[in-house]
Write a protein that binds this ligand. Structure first.
Ligand code: BDR
Ligand code: CA
Length: 316
C-alpha cells in the first residue's frame, strides 16, 4: 500500500495508559490526529483495576475505527499494593458511560510489546507517552536498558510542582509507582513533563462540553462528552471545572505552540514517608543536577479546547 504524505510525517507513538476518563479523551485525540502513528497502546491497572482499564482501552480504540494493538500490562506497581481512583473515574473507569466491546487484546504483555517495538525501530524514533502509573515503561526499560536509545522523547503526565491530588505531596500517577517513574526519569532520554500545575489550566466546564457537543453527532465525540460530563468538578480547583490531564500530553505533540516550557531537573521521592511520590522539579538549578526534562508551564486553554474540537469530530 502506498503511503500518504501524512504517513511520512507521522511520528511513531506508544501510549501507555490506564483508562480512565481523561485517558479516553487522550486516546481519541491521538487516534484522530494524522501527525501521530499510534503503533501500540499498552495498559496498566491504575484508575481502576487492569481488567477494566484493558476492556476500556480496547473499547476506546475499537470505537475510533483505528486498528492499533492493545496489550495488557502490570496489574500493580513494582512495589506495594494496587489502589484505584474511583472517586473521579467511577467504578468502571469511564464514569458509567457504556461503550461497545472493542477488539481482543493482542496476546503477550506490555513490557515485551514495548521492547519488541523499540528493538525494531531506528534510534531516537519512537515517542513514548505515559499517562498512567509508569510500571509498564519501567519494566520494559529495566529488562533491556539499551533500547532507551530508540526513544525520541518520553511525554509523561505525572507529578506536580505544587500540591498533589492523591496525597498532599503526590500526584496520582507518580504516587502509584514512584520507583517506576524514577527508572524512566533515569533513562537518559529527554522527558516532557505534564504536571498538575499545567493540567489545572485545562479545565473542563459545562460550557466547553456544550461547545464540543454542538460540533457533530459522531459516536466518539458523543461518548467523549458523556465521559467528561461524568467527572465531578475539582474541589482543589474551587469547583471551577475538572482538569483534563492526559490529553495535554497529546496536545503537546500536536500543537507545542500552545505551551510555554522551562528546562528543569526532576526527581521523585521513593521513600515510605508522607513525601512518597512527590516530584521535586528544579526550575532554578538549586539541586545542582543538570536539566533533563521540559516542564510544561503555561497552556493556552482556549487553544487546547479548540484543538479537541477540531480533531474529535474526525472520528466516527
Ligand atoms: C492522572 O491520574 C489519573 O487519575 C488520570 O488519568 C491522570 O493520568 C492525574 O493525576
Ligand atoms: Ca491516566
Amino acid at each position: 500500500m502506498s503511503a500518504t504524505p501524512s504517513d511520512h510525517a507521522a511520528r511513531t507513538v506508544i501510549i501507555d495508559c490506564d483508562p480512565g476518563t481523561d485517558d479516553a479523551v487522550a486516546l481519541w485525540l491521538a487516534l484522530a490526529s494524522p501527525e501521530l502513528n499510534v503503533a501500540l497502546v499498552t495498559v496498566a491497572g491504575g484508575n481502576v483495576g487492569l481488567s477494566r482499564t484493558l476492556a476500556n482501552a480496547r473499547a476506546i480504540v475499537g470505537l475510533s475505527g483505528r486498528e492499533v494493538p492493545v496489550v495488557a500490562g502490570a496489574d500493580r506497581p513494582l512495589l506495594g499494593a494496587f489502589q484505584a481512583e474511583e472517586r473521579v473515574h467511577g467504578t468502571d473507569g469511564l464514569g458509567g458511560v457504556r461503550l461497545p466491546e472493542g477488539p481482543a487484546p493482542q496476546p503477550g504483555i506490555a513490557a515485551d510489546a514495548i521492547r519488541d517495538l523499540l528493538r525494531d525501530a531506528p534510534p531516537e524514533s519512537v515517542t513514548v507517552v505515559g499517562i498512567g502509573p509508569a510500571t509498564n515503561l519501567a519494566l520494559a526499560l529495566a529488562t533491556e536498558p539499551a533500547l532507551a536509545n530508540r526513544v525520541a522523547e518520553f511525554v509523561l503526565m505525572t507529578g506536580a510542582l505544587s500540591e498533589g491530588n492523591w496525597t498532599v505531596a503526590a500526584e496520582f500517577n507518580a504516587a502509584m509507582d514512584p520507583e517506576a517513574l524514577a527508572l524512566v526519569l533515569a533513562s537518559g532520554r529527554p522527558v516532557s513533563l505534564v504536571t498538575l500545575d499545567l493540567t489545572a489550566q485545562a479545565l473542563v466546564t459545562a460550557e466547553r462540553i456544550a461547545t464540543l457537543r454542538g460540533l457533530c453527532d459522531g459516536e466518539c465525540l458523543r461518548a467523549c462528552c458523556d465521559i467528561m460530563a461524568s467527572v465531578p468538578t475539582s474541589r482543589r480547583l474551587g469547583h471551577r471545572g475538572h482538569p483534563l490531564h492526559d490529553p495535554c500530553a497529546i496536545a503537546w505533540l500536536l500543537a507545542p505552540e500552545l505551551f510555554t516550557v522551562q528546562e528543569v531537573a526532576v526527581q521523585v521521592e521513593c521513600g515510605s514517608g508522607i513525601g512518597r511520590g512527590r516530584t521535586h522539579i528544579d526550575r532554578w538549578g538549586r539541586s545542582g543536577l543538570p536539566p533533563q526534562a521540559k516542564f510544561l508551564d503555561r497552556l493556552d486553554a482556549d487553544g487546547f479546547f479548540r484543538l479537541l474540537g477540531e480533531r474529535l469530530p474526525r472520528l466516527p
